[in-house]
Design a protein around this ligand. Structure first.
Ligand code: PAF
Length: 258
């Protein structure tokens, strides 16, 4: 695996490979089995696999959340290499947002409500960095996890609206054996908070927002939202804070009613 920290280096590496298809997996690092599922899907479908590793400051609306985001570049690089990633693009913030940077993607539509309401500016940051990554890597396919269902909807909308020539590929949420969706944020949960957090997948398993709310309340969890929204199909979505850790998860309702 070749690690590139500059846009010029990643472009030159891609040009020298000349592969017919390029799969891009955008990540913020703190890689776990959910990311490995994205790498595996990309590896199976593309000649060249690029993973980006960039904790995007533009999508955090709280400085403490950004500071607390787990970072371990060496461990991430090893996981990516072992998963068959060909190129790891790990720029610093000045490479993607140099002095004078002043052009932003402002998604509305799919970006409204849910995360968009509770994290103002979040999807502006996500859409902007993803469009930059798409422009730098020019992938055939870009891979995103279904756990961030609204993010998937926003990225699909952005790709469609801006006529970006790539296919957005969506990979199912990976869960621990007890049902908790894998997330880089899980590392911040204490053992007892982790047990409490299991109420989130249990609430989703009811497939009903009222019952889900009751399951969360019984576990002492205050949810920011428990709602059904159209996120690539009718989806029961939850955002809740356990201790100091904000978690999101969702279930596609169609799947279970088939
Ligand atoms: O899902 C994430 O990890 C991030 O939002 C993404 C897509 C890598 C953009 O920074």
């Amino acid at each position: 695996m070749k690690t590139c920290t500059t846009i010029a280096a990643v472009r030159s590496e891609l040009a020298s490979r000349g592969g017919e298809t390029v799969g891009l997996v955008p990540t913020m690092g703190a890689l776990h089995a959910g990311h490995l599922a994205l790498f595996a899907a990309a590896r199976a479908e593309n000649a060249t696999v690029v993973a980006s590793l960039f904790v995007n400051p533009a999508q955090f609306n709280s400085a403490s959340d950004l500071a607390a985001y787990p970072r371990d570049t060496q461990a991430d690089a090893k996981l990516a290499a072992d998963a068959g990633v060909d190129i790891l693009f790990a720029p610093d913030a000045a490479e993607l947002y140099p002095d004078g940077f002043a052009t932003w993607i402002e998604p509305s539509g799919a970006a409204e409500g849910l995360e968009g309401a509770f994290r103002p500016g979040h999807f502006r940051g996500v859409a902007t960095v993803c469009v930059k990554l798409f422009s730098i890597v020019q992938p055939t396919n870009a891979y995103f996890g279904r756990k961030d269902a609204q993010q998937v909807a926003v990225i699909k909308q952005t790709v469609r609206d801006l006529n970006i020539p790539l296919t957005v590929r969506v990979v199912e949420t990976v869960r621990d054996s007890d049902g908790l969706a894998l997330s880089s944020r899980n590392a911040r949960l204490s053992p007892s908070e982790r047990t409490t957090a299991l109420a989130i997948p249990q609430a989703l398993a009811t497939h009903d927002p009222v019952q889900a709310q009751a399951v969360l309340a019984a576990a002492g969890i205050h949810a920011e939202y428990v709602t059904v929204a159209d996120l690539d199909g009718p989806t029961l979505a939850i955002a809740a804070t356990v201790g100091a850790t904000r978690l999101i998860d969702n279930v596609l309702l169609e799947e279970t009613s088939r």
